[in-house]
Design a protein around this ligand. Structure first.
Ligand SMILES: Nc1ncnc2c1ncn2[C@@H]1O[C@H](COP(=O)(O)OP(=O)(O)OP(=O)(O)O)[C@@H](O)[C@H]1O
Ligand SMILES: [Mg+2]
Length: 409
């Protein structure tokens, strides 16, 4: 897997020699370059695949650079693509017009190699940072929200669970007392008889303990959810600590539970867990949760996409996510595998999925940062590895290896 950001740049210019020069500079620098000869065909190209940045000539036939920029900026799908104008016109008014239309920068022709590369790098880096911050902000506000809710629910649920223990004891005592009355007093008072019949005392005696036990189960479940929410919300942990990874997985599943439930399009997703006997892992808990969240959310998306596709070709499958954990044979790492029977991936997607911004999802759904961040957290931050195994239509399986002790790697 290569680590170089394999960014794509769209060059829009009508002069063949300019195109040739830019193509050479940019491909040599490792960018994937596509070319459009005027504004109109640039818009068509962008429609096909969103580039990471656009180099846009001002003076072009059919549709000039300003008009193209205006249209790109007006479309929510394309408005965030950084645009750099290329202008041979040195009048400042043109440069200002470009910037006013939303371009991030301009370069003047004739093109200087170093300058064009430097400016492109700056703007790609800015955009990357911006998106990364947005993702972190999203995770951190989710963490705060979750922590807040957990805190609010915690008190009332403690009232219930704390009092249920006493309620159970009192009811047991009262039933015992009733029994004693029944055995030791042999009077049949009509009023008592009628009332006993009315309240169906025999059924009540039988049902009351069961009712209490389901109340207890319910409150235990809420307590468990609160615990999961609290665990999940440790997003801001800056210290490496010993963590039970299963707790991380389970709490992430709780957060995602509304997405796992049945929808109008599909039944609930089966979560099949095969947890091995894991030691506590030395890691950044919040970050690992972020990885689990990204991988599990991707698996759910892939399943939803597969279901959408199936509707047209009619075959059946029951949506499932398999999660397994083991210690590796050298006893140095743990392996978490997350597999789904979703849409799967083509070789091309597999090759590019860890790139920043790479997404196959519609606008507003994916930013294409989930896996790039997951990889950074696992590989860079923890010295582990993140691998994938998938084929189209056959689902995908991600394998995360994390060293048990950080000093070991
Ligand atoms: N489990 C999966 N099954 C099929 N395709 C997947 C799976 N996980 C990731 N992909 C592919 O890899 C791409 C990149 O994933 P990534 O998580 O980085 O971004 P994203 O999910 O599109 O957006 P986001 O930034 O919101 O996570 C996805 O758009 C999808 O095409
Ligand atoms: Mg994702």
């Amino acid at each position: 897997m290569n680590n170089i950001p394999n960014n794509s740049i769209l060059v829009v210019d009508d002069v063949p020699i300019n195109i040739k020069i830019l193509l050479e500079i940019l491909t040599q620098a490792g960018y994937r370059v596509s070319v459009a000869k005027n504004g109109k065909s640039a818009l068509e190209k962008v429609e096909e695949a969103i580039p990471n940045l656009i180099l846009l000539d001002v003076m072009m036939p059919v549709m000039d650079g300003f008009e193209t920029c205006r249209i790109l900026k007006a479309n929510p799908k394309t408005k965030d693509i950084p645009i750099i104008f290329m202008t041979a016109l040195s009048e400042p008014i043109n440069k200002v017009k470009g910037l006013q239309l939303g371009a991030v920068d301009y370069i003047t022709k004739p093109i200087e190699h170093e300058e064009v590369l430097a400016r492109i790098n700056v703007h790609l880096e800015l955009r990357r940072t911006q998106l990364k911050l947005a993702q972190e902000e999203k995770m951190s506000s989710l963490g705060q929200l979750v922590a807040g809710i957990a805190h609010e629910i915690n008190n009332p649920v403690n009232f219930i669970s704390g009092n249920l223990i006493h309620a159970e004891k009192y009811i047991e005592d009262l039933l015992k007392l009733l029994e004693l009355y029944e055995t030791h007093t042999n009077i049949s008072i009509p009023e008592i008889k009628t009332f006993s019949k009315k309240i169906e005392i025999d059924f009540l005696k039988q049902d009351l303990p069961q009712l209490l036990s389901s109340m207890k189960k319910g409150s235990e479940r809420v307590e468990q959810i609160v615990r999961s929410l609290r665990l999940f919300s440790r997003l801001d942990d800056t210290e490496c600590q010993l963590v039970d990874l299963h707790e991380g997985i389970d709490s992430t599943l709780v957060i995602l539970s509304s997405r796992i439930k049945a929808t109008s399009a599909r039944p609930a997703i089966d979560i099949v867990k095969e947890y091995g006997d894991l030691p506590l892992i030395e890691c950044y808990a919040g970050k690992i949760n972020q990885v689990l969240m990204n991988l599990l959310a991707n698996a759910i998306d892939a399943i939803d996409e597969a279901i959408e596709k199936l509707e047209s070709n009619g075959s059946e499958q029951s949506p499932t996510i398999w999660i397994s954990t083991t210690v590796t044979s050298d006893q140095k790492s743990v392996l978490i595998e997350i597999a789904d029977n979703g849409i799967g991936m083509s070789a091309d997607v597999q090759q590019r999925m860890f790139e920043q911004f790479f997404t196959t999802k519609p606008l507003g759904k994916g930013t294409g940062l989930g896996l790039a961040i997951a990889r950074e957290i696992i590989v860079e931050k923890h010295g582990g590895s993140l691998q994938v195994n998938a084929s189209p239509g056959k689902g995908a399986k991600f394998a995360i290896a994390i060293p048990i002790r950080q000093k070991d790697y």
